[in-house]
Write a protein that binds this ligand. Sequence first.
Ligand code: NAP
Length: 318
Amino acid sequence: MQHEKVVIIGSGPAGLTAALYTARANLDPLVITGEQIGGQVSITHEVENYPGFPEGIGGPELVENMRKQAERFGARILYDVVTEVNLAGGRPFRVKTYGGEYEADAVILTVGATPRKLGVPGETEFTGRGVSYCGTCDGFFFRGKDIVVVGGGDSAMEEGTFLTKFADKVEVIHRRDELRAGHTLQQRAFNNSKMGFIWDTVIEEIRGDDTVNAVRLHNLKTGDVYEHPTEGVFIFIGHDPNNALFEGQLAMDEKGYLVVDKHMMTSVPGVFAAGEIMDPIYRQVASSVGQGTQAAMSCERWLADQEDEATTEAAAPA
Ligand code: NAP
């Protein structure tokens, strides 16, 4: 089994920042990327609110820059997926991937979150055939088509507006009569002539033949149920933390996010967390970068304390 000082699981902004900081602290971190380096940012068309890029920067380019910067100081990037961890058993922590097995003196978890599903008939069946959770990935296929976007948050407005570059019409279906999204994104959506809004309404079913051709809608105020023709359904209704690996090992809140203390340490000493796996509120590239920094600095200090303790114990008279 390969021994590591620090293993970082996940390679979004939190993970790559933790890699940069632990690398610069000479901890020689190993980053295990997960299915896609960069996580959700790598499928974000444009990041407009990360400081330092006044014109915005493409998500994949930002990830690439972060990767290069971490590698420049010695971080090692392993393109593999973690299948099992043993954290509750204490040090050394054990991490199993498809390709190998590692033990680590400390672990930083930055595994992020996954888009939430609507859970209606037709959703699974038509995923990839009209149902999508990523405008950047799939928008191109809806050139000249009429589509719907589900959700009233920042993601729905941002992605919906982006999708008007391709689609002829983007109808936002929202379960209430006001949006949750921030003012700027709301105004941009309201001012876009290709966008429309269907309020107080939920999708009950996604229908089609080979691909989607309609959704059955239910107006929650009037009780009306009717069919709305559409060729695409883009779903942006929030995220769930990717916590499956840690169930029964680390403390989580009622929504499944990892609980950390002010040093970003989880309920197991030596295991730290940053980014969307522990943050249900801010969920920004900038906040994930900050949390990754904090986790890495805490990790470095914690490891130094462990070494000091070990040295003191060794020097103590028997
Ligand atoms: P969100 O803020 O949680 O919004 C989810 C939206 O989906 C809400 O409007 C919610 O309705 C709706 N929804 C939830 N479950 C639903 C269901 N089962 N059926 C129908 N509708 C449902 O999620 P988000 O938009 O992904 O944003 C998450 C976080 O990331 C936020 O903090 C946001 O500020 C941030 N973010 C920021 C940016 C940016 O700054 N550029 C971009 C994207 C995301 P209700 O409103 O009725 O609850």
